[in-house]
Design a protein around this ligand. Structure first.
Ligand code: ING
Length: 316
């Protein structure tokens, strides 16, 4: 039996601070219907897909901050999405801000879940690479406060079997895509596809000189390299457009294990792209060029795991 996953990336246009969850879920539901109509059995939604990208705002009132979090999943507002997906027999990836009580204390994560076609949550991921800063930078045009609002993810990078084909699917979130370690760990666990959502500002608040075209170049570079260097499918779905005037770039894409972009969004609005991903395509790459067992030499890579930052150490 050919192992194919008819995959859709459901890009969201802007979600404004004033937009209700219900209005957003309605948009997600419409895109899931469109994906189903195009034969998709797996839909990848963006990071923080239920709210505006609130880490751009300095918010001091804890109650206001927590209004952006989900204390349960599915929640009454998101249940319609789960129910429609189950009716249609479609699995999906959804990013959201998770508020949870664990070991007697409240914890907050930038989270994504994989939901099976029967509506069950198969797997959860909590974002490991949190970009940005924790202090208020009033002079900056916007904040990037993921390190303030979220804890570092504590679940690691994992892979789950999905669909009748038993597709081995990994998941991550946004900034994670810039770190090769993210995909390598999941590829070493046998991932055949890694899916992710992202919210990426068009301008670089840390390097205002950086031209906007480079942002999309770096996005494509990251996901194409990840796909090729691990012989896996990569699906990356944006929340895009101007949220209350703050611009997030699009560039939603489905990347083949060869590193080629096979489907790409060309708007910065709600847009569904789809591709029939043949899981076998990655096999020749994982059995030859990137045959990890045959070619990798971890004895020479120890530093990657043991050292966090740069420590200058030249041979001369
Ligand atoms: N957003 C951005 C991202 O990694 C960023 C933050 C942009 C960091 C560009 C560094 C350079 O795509 C999130 N949400 O991680």
């Amino acid at each position: 039996m050919s192992r194919r996953v008819k995959t859709a990336a459901a890009q969201l246009g802007p979600i404004h601070r004033a937009d209700s969850r219900a209005s957003v879920v309605k948009r997600l539901v419409e895109m899931l219907k469109e994906a189903a109509g195009r034969g998709s059995t797996f839909v990848v939604f963006p990071e923080l897909a239920l709210t505006t990208f609130f880490p751009r705002w300095w918010i001091e009132d804890p109650a206001e901050i927590d209004r952006y979090f989900e204390a349960q999943m599915p929640s009454p507002e998101t249940l319609p999405l789960f129910e429609l997906a189950r009716q249609k027999g479609i699995g999906f990836y959804l990013g959201y801000a998770e508020l949870v009580e664990e070991a007697g204390r409240l914890r907050r994560f930038n989270t994504s879940i994989l939901v099976a076609p029967d509506g069950r949550i198969v797997g959860k991921y909590r974002k490991v690479h949190l970009p940005g800063h924790v202090e208020h930078r009033p002079a900056a045009p916007y904040q990037h406060l993921e390190k303030k609002y979220f804890e570092v993810g504590d679940l690691g990078f994992n892979v789950w079997k999905m669909f009748d084909s038993g597709a081995r699917v990994g998941q991550c979130i946004c900034n994670d895509r810039r770190w090769p370690e993210t995909f390598r760990v999941m590829a070493l666990k046998g991932a055949e596809m890694v899916v992710l959502g992202y919210n990426t500002p068009t301008d670089n608040v840390y390097a205002p000189h950086e031209p906007p075209y480079l942002r999309v170049f770096h996005h494509n570079l990251s996901i194409q390299a990840a796909a090729y260097q691990n012989g896996i499918w990569v699906v990356a779905t944006a929340k895009a457009g101007r949220e209350d005037g703050f611009w997030l770039h699009g560039g939603t894409a489905i990347v083949a294990p060869t590193g080629e972009i096979v489907a790409k969004a060309n708007t910065e609005e709600d847009e569904v792209i789809a591709y029939d991903c043949d899981l076998a395509l990655g096999e020749y790459i994982r059995n030859t060029t990137f045959n990890f067992a045959k070619h990798r030499r971890p004895e020479h890579y120890r530093l990657i795991a043991d050292r966090t930052g740069v420590e200058i150490e030249t041979e001369n």
